[in-house]
Design a protein around this ligand. Structure first.
Ligand SMILES: Nc1ncnc2c1ncn2[C@@H]1O[C@H](COP(=O)(O)OP(=O)(O)OP(=O)(O)O)[C@@H](O)[C@H]1O
Length: 255
């Protein structure tokens, strides 16, 4: 594994990174005491990159994703998305930015059970006040291989199909950054491959940026870079690694 020096560009890049984490730290305080979940993480995620984030349980992966997506605030440091510092935004501005620029794919698909597949996919556009074009909705359903399922309800679909609806819903706004937290955690290996291929495609064909937290070395191998977190800090990275190399690095970290 290669040590990950803070990836703060020494020369100004031609365009800002899709996502910059600038020294983010997060301390959770409760009656039981304080937990330093992140202890100063600096990293830039290049536009069009697919990065997996791995690390032992409790190393701070979910906290990193939550802070990066503006769902939680770091205790210190800054998150900058497409040149916009999230710290300076009001809750309303943050919600707007999230709806316009970010897509979310979680282990739990978070589909609305009473809506059809079509309406679930169209929802993010309706939330931004736009009238979804039928062709766009059918286009993303086609892209995820579910063109025949538009009128179904989520409960009538398999887990893998539901996750593909969730991906279609994330694709419809053409977000610049996708955040995925264990997107294949509940899926069998064949279905996982389809879902990961869709995320890979988002970076390769559409230049979108994917940040994916996973425990699965096979899933992580779809990313060109795997970042390892340990105890709230970046512990290193692997580039274009295969699942065996990723698993070996993980077991070293867990020793
Ligand atoms: N809301 C919270 N309040 C207090 N402590 C928290 C909270 N959320 C997370 N933590 C603590 O912060 C640390 C990092 O947690 P986090 O969930 O980010 O780790 P993780 O790497 O995603 O773990 P896992 O792989 O088990 O999901 C852990 O010690 C955890 O117990």
């Amino acid at each position: 594994m290669t040590a990950t020096a803070p990836m703060y560009p020494s020369v100004a890049p031609v365009e800002p990174p899709a996502l910059l984490l600038d020294g983010i730290a997060k301390t959770y305080r409760s009656k039981a005491g304080a937990v330093d979940a992140l202890r100063g993480v600096t990293y830039h995620f290049a536009r069009g990159s697919f990065t997996a984030v791995m690390g032992p349980s409790g190393s701070g992966k979910s906290t990193l994703l939550q802070c990066a997506a503006g769902l939680d605030q770091p205790s210190s440091g800054a998150v900058v998305l497409n040149g916009v510092n999230l710290n300076g935004l009001s809750e309303v501005e943050l919600t707007k930015l999230r709806r316009a620029e970010m897509g979310f794919v979680f282990q739990a698909y978070n589909l609305l059970p009473s809506l059809t597949v079509y309406d679930n996919v169209a929802l993010p556009l309706r939330l931004t006040g736009k009238r979804p074009a039928r062709n766009d909705v059918h286009g993303v359903l086609n892209q995820v291989g579910l063109e025949g399922k538009a009128k179904r309800r989520p409960s009538e679909l398999s887990g893998g199909q539901q996750q593909r609806v969730a991906i279609a819903r994330a694709l419809i706004t053409r977000p610049s950054v996708f955040f995925a937290d264990e997107p294949t955690g509940a899926l069998d290996s064949g279905t996982s491959r389809q879902v990961l291929a869709l995320l890979r495609d988002a970076t390769d064909r559409a230049g979108q940026t994917v940040v994916m937290v996973t425990h699965d070395p096979v899933a992580a191998a779809y990313a060109e870079r795997v970042l390892f977190l340990s105890d709230g800090l970046l512990a290193g990275h692997l580039d274009r690694a295969n699942p065996a190399q990723i698993a070996a690095a993980m077991s070293d970290l867990e020793k």
